[in-house]
Design a protein around this ligand. Structure first.
Ligand code: HXC
Length: 284
């Protein structure tokens, strides 16, 4: 089913700002990342989305392609971000089919609620491998293309044609610690550290590396796994969010557009938290 533009991005963004650009996204069939990609496609980009499930990923790619006439979106399934060779193969396909990679979203993640006493060493390792090592592998496999893109699109401050940018999707859990989320908190702290180091190492070559940290976002797999349905229905669930509501995937897409567009030229090594102030709330 086609998703209207108004559900993917704010009306402030100009059509065509990502013309001839290519986005590569792991976790691209998921609820948050698919809308991030869809928003970029609306604004002119072509895309390569990566997922575990072949059918789900290919179907999502076809669906995202309906966002704009002439858009090219490829979906590559059966990919395990824990394996660098899987990602290198995807990068080769993306470059062959779409001509390069200008933007990367490292969004693949694994999560479940578990107390430390109920978390086996293997369960902890699994989440570290998917989130932290998977994010590192995504950076490692795509950075040669990002370097080329940044060279084509120099980050001079007044060049509206941007390129050579990566966004990692993280979480706020490790800012404070979070019960039942020791594994994800540790994994995402590692992701933040990778992004900060990448910002310093690749900044001199014109690449920006930033984090987007979604808070409670309606309709996502994360909320389905971590949320409290009864509390959501009664409105109790929102009470700890200073803005008194959950966010939408569109609000994560808007942050993505900002960081990839020339509006975000000088933002590097930052963490953009999009959570309505939730993590700062004493009861958050
Ligand atoms: C305790 C669990 C568990 C659970 C799995 N394990 N689920 N332990 N509680 N609920 C343990 C298993 O028993 C096993 O340990 C180890 O974890 C590995 O499990 P596998 O099933 O073999 O791993 P795998 O098939 O690789 O699956 C990975 C997964 C799974 C993370 C466990 O849930 C998955 O694939 N998820 C991907 C999709 C996903 O999670 N999306 C949500 C993203 S949302 P033993 O010791 O038995 O061998 C998100 C939101 C964050 O990240 C922020 C929200 C605001």
């Amino acid at each position: 089913m086609a998703v209207p533009r108004s559900e993917c991005l704010s009306s402030v963004w100009k059509d065509g700002i990502f013309d001839n650009k290519v986005v590569f996204c792991t976790g691209g069939a998921g609820t948050i990342c698919s809308v991030q990609v869809r928003a970029l496609v609306h604004l002119g980009a072509n895309a390569c989305i990566i997922g575990r499930n072949v059918e789900k990923t290919e179907r999502m790619a076809e669906n995202i392609a309906t966002a704009r006439k002439g858009a090219k979106v490829i979906g590559i399934g059966a990919v395990d971000v824990r394996k660098i060779e899987d990602l290198e193969r995807c990068v080769q396909t993306c470059v062959k089919e779409l001509g390069g990679i200008d933007y990367v979203i490292a969004g693949a993640a694994g999560n479940f609620l578990a107390p430390i006493e109920g978390l086996s060493s293997n369960a902890f390792r699994t989440v570290i491998e998917i989130d932290t090592i998977g994010s590192f592998n995504t950076l490692k496999a795509t950075v040669p293309e990002l370097i080329k893109s940044a060279a084509r699109n120099p980050n001079t401050g007044d060049n509206p044609s941007t390129g050579g940018r990566i966004i990692f999707i993280s979480a706020t859990f490790h800012f404070t610690g979070k019960p039942l989320q020791a594994h994800v908190s540790a994994a995402k702290a590692g992701v933040d550290a990778i992004s900060a180091s990448a910002a310093l190492e690749f900044g001199p070559r014109g690449i920006t590396s930033n984090i987007i940290t979604p808070g409670p976002i309606m309709g996502t797999e994360g909320m389905a796994r971590l949320g409290n349905r009864d509390a959501e229905k009664s409105g109790e669930a929102f009470k700890h969010v200073p803005l008194q509501r959950y966010g939408s995937v569109k609000e994560i897409a808007d942050g993505t557009i900002y960081l990839f567009s020339d509006a975000g030229n000088f933002v590097n090594g930052e963490v953009l938290v999009i959570d309505g102030g939730d993590w700062r709330s004493p009861s958050g």
